[in-house]
Design a binder for this molecule. Structure first.
Ligand SMILES: [Zn+2]
Length: 176
């Protein structure tokens, strides 16, 4: 994997494509407590950088998965990275005015100083955005069910027999 630091000069000749991948250890560290213990994570992608006047547009793709813990049932749950994403590097102004500061955390804007673009922190932002604060294996996850095993041992009555419950049969000997 090549460096995720790019200088503006490298983009003078035209758009550059850069491939990247994050290691198991890097992902575990970033996910922290959300990571499922000893689970696999795999994320790879590529970005295309293009200089457009003073700014640099970044178009990226990622694939792979992260394995997090469902916050209700604690089962391993896969989360998929954003298939495609886009942001723009803009040169950091000498003085931020208030209006700019408000949008500085925006995922579509990345600031750079001098002529060096640091891609890596922005790639992490894009990736971690797809991880919910409260991950769920399924919206309808009911959490840990301690009684599940017990319920399974008691067979439920088949509702199809309900119609027979009120039925009284007078059985008469059939005429000869
Ligand atoms: Zn769950």
């Amino acid at each position: 994997m090549r460096s995720l630091t790019v200088t503006l000069g490298e983009l003078n000749a035209g758009p550059q494509e850069i491939e990247f991948s994050f290691t198991q250890e890097q992902i575990e560290e970033r996910l922290g407590d959300l990571a499922f213990p000893r689970a696999f994570h795999r994320v790879q992608g590529r970005v295309t950088l293009e200089k457009i006047s003073g700014a640099v547009s970044v178009l990226g793709h990622m694939h792979g998965f992260l394995t997090v813990t469902c916050s209700r049932c604690l089962k391993a749950t896969k989360v998929y990275p954003p298939e495609s994403f886009r942001f723009t590097f803009i040169r950091e102004p000498d003085h931020f005015d208030q209006e700019i500061e408000l949008t500085a955390d925006d995922l579509e804007t990345a600031w750079f100083r001098g002529d060096t673009l640091e891609l890596e922190p922005h790639l992490w932002d894009q990736l971690l955005l797809c991880v919910p604060m409260v991950p769920l294996c399924d919206e309808s996850c009911e959490g840990i069910s301690y009684y599940k095993g017990q319920e399974a041992e008691t067979p439920k009555e088949d509702p199809r027999w309900n119609a027979l419950k009120g039925l009284h049969l007078d059985i008469e000997p059939s005429p000869k």
